[in-house]
Design a protein around this ligand. Structure first.
Ligand SMILES: [Zn+2]
Length: 254
């Protein structure tokens, strides 16, 4: 058995589902997932099954135990069809962590404290070995907003930030209704789309508040404005996004 890259991993259980990173020297992003299956054992078995063609670098159990499945230098198959900052091969550009949780279909239970503490420690350890900017610690739903909801709005991103992991600003208070009607068209819609794209989300600047834009706004809310996840661009969503963008320059100076 290979030796884990992280001293925090209890063991390395090699998944056959990996390849070589393409066109990059090493990972520049960290993508977090929930397993979205009823049991940890079932989820782990799937990531080890060659027929599934999916994997992740790490797997974090509810009790905080960590297992490594794919070497960090290799390309695990966790992001699928994805986009961020113009990149479309996020598997080559990232390290993926699967966090055991049954997810939305399993009632979206909270993530246990021990599991979150282990995830923070593991992420910090990974960030100490690779150059990964805070704003490139992402949800699977951030890079695949049309297909994925994980790790979901139950995931405590603010606690990760308190632990030194990821980019976060306190969300602006929720008040008032949607800024745009469905299919509304115009420069203000395009301006919102441009801000989302500037932060990293993959969307076209169509100028129309269409279903693609709603999917991206929903992903943004799951990560950064969990209080109301409805795909509607309201004042709080726009203000929180603006504050995050303004924080990018500062985060690069750290
Ligand atoms: Zn995922």
């Amino acid at each position: 058995m290979p030796i884990p890259d992280s001293p925090l991993a209890a063991e390395f259980i090699a998944s056959p589902n990996f390849g070589e990173r393409r066109g990059v020297g090493g990972p520049s992003a960290l993508i977090l997932h929930y397993t979205g299956m009823p049991t940890a054992e079932g989820a782990l078995a799937r990531l080890l099954d060659p027929a599934s063609e999916v994997s992740a670098h790490y797997f974090v159990f509810e009790d905080g135990r960590i297992v490594q499945l794919v070497a960090e230098r290799d390309r695990a198959w966790h992001a699928g069809k994805s986009r961020w900052k113009g990149e479309s091969d996020l598997n080559s550009a990232s390290i993926g962590i699967e966090i055991v949780n049954p997810g939305h279909d399993g009632g979206a239970p909270p993530f246990p404290d021990r599991q979150i503490a282990a995830t923070i420690a593991l992420a910090r350890d990974i960030l100490s070995r690779w150059t990964i900017l805070p704003e490139r610690v992402l949800a699977h739903s951030d890079v695949a907003p049309h297909r994925k909801r994980d790790p979901g709005e139950a995931f405590p991103w603010a606690r990760l930030h308190e632990g030194g992991v990821g980019h976060w600003v306190e969300p602006a208070p929720v008040s008032g209704g949607p800024l745009f009607r469905h299919e509304e068209e115009g420069p203000p819609v395009r301006a919102l789309q441009a801000m989302l794209a500037l932060y990293g989300y993959g969307l076209e600047l169509s100028g129309v508040y269409d279903r693609h834009t709603r999917a991206v706004v929903t992903a943004f809310q799951r990560h950064f404005r969990r209080e109301r996840v409805d795909g509607e661009a309201d004042a709080s969503t726009a203000a929180t996004l603006k504050a995050l963008i303004e924080g990018l320059a500062g985060s690069r100076d750290r």
